[in-house]
Design a protein. Structure first.
Length: 756
């Protein structure tokens, strides 16, 4: 619907759009902030894990040094600790160690600085005596009171621990391992035990240098840290990584990662303003952009509302005017029809009309000529309609019309007048083309009924008459509904009849014009119902075509012909090629050629005894695609015949472009043999076909005069009542046996295939 000239409606629209925009922006900003926070945590995690890697590498290096010393001592033939101390002093100087010492199994200690230490009861020494590499807790040096950490490894003699070699490192040495600058020097690190005791503290400004336990330091620095301390305690207890956001003079982030050394953790601390600076800049920019977008969006909505009022009339005209004819569009037609039905007391008829094979106009004369033809048809409707009636082009070449009338006889006369005008030659400055219309008419019973329902009923009537040569229009009424019901019942019966093989094949012989000998036949289908009555194809074939059942019926007839040909050939009898109709619906099936080929192979019948007939309309419809199909069928051995030539919009150029083998002249051609113009047309067609090496078969030959005329023109074969009517297969089989015997009693020279 169009926007109406009311204040509340534009405001409502603006409000809805603004709310939608606000909700969208809130969701976007919230999601953006979440992702930025996740990015901060990811950076913290990466930094902390990098510190873990550095510490592990440094610790492993110290153990490797000690193990190298232990291996060298173990290789000595005579192990004299005092003599080895001189060599160990070189290691102390080279690696900047406080001391290296050797502890014997009895607890005697030898050190590079000549300090007598009693370390035999220390846990790391005891661990190394058991064959382990051990790093001690933070301990107080006995010599100078300095906090140190001791590394120790066993010395093996004869696969037994003979002694322990150890190295002493000051806390400041371990701190240097964590001195890597993070976040441009604003960040710092700790090493703590799971109970919170600080193993390696930091001297960085803003750290907890005066505290020995990280939990105590956090709780004393701010009361707001109590909750994060509980979370941190729990994570460290279960050896988990994680992070906290705490306050120590300023807000900070701390990420903690476990070390594979004792029960130690690495804590990486970064001030929040450092980490949040990028996030805050992005969020500020986002808020600014959202504000600009909201303002621009509001301006745009206001502009649309203002300009909508100015454009309303122009857009209404565009909606209600058909671009081709300049008349009403279908939307305008529906609106006008509903209004005019309310105002009249006369009976009403809803009419749907289109032109048969209209697309050929576009193909033959071009789309500009096609549009001119559509305007011409619209002008005829304008001439034939009254002032209170309405008409419009709906789509393509389909028109819809609402007429009013007093009596059905009057309506019939008006429809006939319209058709008479339309069927007059229409000159398009290129050629003359006869327009043939098809109409479906619904007699409106309830004028308040939906227009679309009227359209549906009229379309059903239109579909029922579409494609029929002898009928141009029909009415949707009680008789029509009764016919639809009968057609539905008949369609259901056809399916059952096919299962019960009620369809039988009749054969109409074809004769050589010169010799009058039987040279072929056309397979025609009949329906022999359960009561024994025969239903002619004119009753059920159109319905089969419309419903798609014709595909199954065609294949059934083809299979029956294959079966009979196989019987006649196996019996050594005489046979002739049999042509079978192929509906154009098959052309839209991807696998019909494979199906037909399979039936021929299963029947073991040479393809030369089977011919396929296509109607002229099917050939004209998809010329390029059809040529490819015909080439494939030729490669399979089939002969292709064009049936009903002359009933549609024949083009002689088609004979050149489509590779058919036989041209079948329709009965309507043959009936015109005594008309001078008709004679010239028949003569020209036959001569042209012969020049193109196409055989010609004349259908519907009923009189001797017709036969003589066609023989004189050199027509190849004849099919019609003059020689024979269609006959059941038993009679045709007798005809075959009689035609196989020449006057001298010999069989014709016919090659019969052998079967194994």
């Amino acid at each position: 619907m169009w926007i109406k000239n009311k204040v509340w409606k534009p405001l409502l629209i603006v409000g809805i759009f603004c709310c939608a925009l606000a909700v969208t922006l809130v969701i976007y900003v919230d999601r953006l902030e979440q992702e930025l926070n996740e990015e901060i945590v990811s950076v913290l995690k990466e930094t902390s894990e990098q510190n873990v890697v550095i510490l592990n590498k440094e610790v492993e290096g110290k153990f490797i040094l000690l193990e190298a010393v232990a291996n060298r001592l173990a290789d000595c033939e005579v192990f004299e600790p005092e003599r080895e101390l001189k060599e160990l002093q070189k290691e102390v100087k080279q690696h900047s160690l406080k001391r290296i010492g050797i502890i014997m199994a009895d607890g005697t200690t030898y050190t590079t600085d000549q300090k007598q230490l009693e370390l035999g009861d220390k846990e790391n020494i005891l661990g190394s005596m058991k064959g382990k590499r051990v790093i001690s807790r933070r301990i107080r040096s006995q010599t100078n009171g300095e906090d140190i950490i001791v590394f120790s490894v066993p010395i093996y003699k004869n696969n037994e621990v003979h002694a322990v070699v150890f190295s002493t490192h000051g806390i400041d040495e371990i701190q240097q391992m964590l001195s890597v600058s993070i976040f441009d020097g604003a960040g710092y690190s700790y090493i703590v035990e799971t109970n919170g005791n600080i193993v390696i503290n930091t001297a960085a400004h803003g750290g907890f240098a005066e505290y020995e336990n990280i939990y105590t330091a956090l709780e004393n620095s701010s009361a707001s840290n109590s909750k994060v301390v509980r979370n941190m305690r729990e994570d460290l207890q279960y050896n988990k990584s994680g992070y906290i956001y705490f306050h120590n003079k300023v807000d900070k982030y701390m990420y903690y990662s476990p070390l594979p050394i004792r029960d130690w953790y690495v804590l990486s601390v970064v001030p929040a303003d450092i980490m949040d600076s990028t996030k805050n800049n992005i969020m500020i920019l986002t808020y600014v952009l959202c504000g600009i977008l909201a303002i621009a969006y509001g301006i745009l909505i206001s502009y649309i509302i203002q300009t909508e009022k100015k454009k309303q009339k122009e857009l209404t005209d565009i909606l209600y005017v058909d671009t081709v004819t300049g008349g009403y569009s279908y939307a305008r037609f529906c609106a006008e029809a509903a209004q005019r039905l309310k105002k009249t007391s006369l009976s009403a008829a809803y009419i749907v009309m289109d032109i048969d094979q209209f697309k050929i106009v576009n193909e033959l004369f071009g789309y500009e000529a096609g549009d001119a033809t559509l305007r011409y048809i619209w002008r005829i409707w304008r001439i034939c309609s009254r002032a209170d009636e309405v008409y419009a082009r709906r789509i393509a070449d389909q028109y819809v019309v609402l007429w009013f009338f007093d009596s059905r006889e009057e309506l019939h006369e008006r429809v006939e007048d319209f058709l008479e005008i339309l069927q007059k030659s229409y000159s398009n400055n290129i050629s003359e083309y006869m327009l043939k219309a098809t109409l479906g008419i619904y007699l409106v019973k309830d004028k308040s009924e939906e227009i679309q329902n009227m359209m549906n009923y009229a379309t059903m009537a239109h579909s029922a008459v579409k494609g029929k040569e002898d009928t141009t229009y029909t009415f949707y009424d009680d008789d029509f509904k009764h016919k639809l019901l009968n057609d539905k019942l008949l369609a259901d019966q056809m399916k059952r009849a096919l299962r019960h093989r009620e369809f039988i094949v009749y054969y109409q012989p074809k004769y050589n014009v010169m010799t009058k000998k039987l040279v072929g036949a056309e397979a025609l289908v009949r329906w022999k119902r359960r009561d024994g009555s025969i239903m002619m194809p004119g009753r059920f074939i159109p319905l089969a075509e419309k419903s798609g059942f014709i595909n199954y019926l065609d294949k059934y007839v083809f299979a029956e012909v294959c079966r009979k040909q196989k019987e006649w050939l196996k019996a050594g009898g005489h046979t002739v090629p049999i042509s079978v109709n192929l509906s154009r619906r098959h052309l839209y099936s991807d696998n019909f050629m494979e199906e037909y080929k399979e039936m021929v192979e299963q029947a073991e019948v040479p393809a030369r005894y089977l011919q396929l007939e296509l109607t002229e309309s099917a050939i004209f419809e998809n010329k390029e695609e059809l040529c490819q199909i015909i080439d494939t069928l030729h490669a399979m051995g089939f002969s292709i015949q064009m049936d009903d030539f002359g009933t549609g919009y024949s083009s002689l150029m088609m004979l050149k472009s489509v590779p058919i083998d036989v041209l079948k002249l329709d009965k309507s051609f043959v009936d015109d043999f005594d008309d001078p113009k008709g004679q010239k047309i028949i003569t020209s067609v036959i001569n042209l076909a012969q020049e193109l090496h196409i055989e010609v078969t004349a259908e519907g030959v009923e009189t001797k005069e017709q036969y003589e005329f066609l023989r004189n023109l050199g027509c190849n074969t004849i099919q019609g009542f003059y020689f024979s009517r269609p006959m059941p297969e038993e009679e045709f089989e007798k005809l075959l046996s009689m035609s196989a015997i020449e006057p001298d009693g010999k069989l014709e020279n016919e090659t019969v295939p052998s079967y194994t």
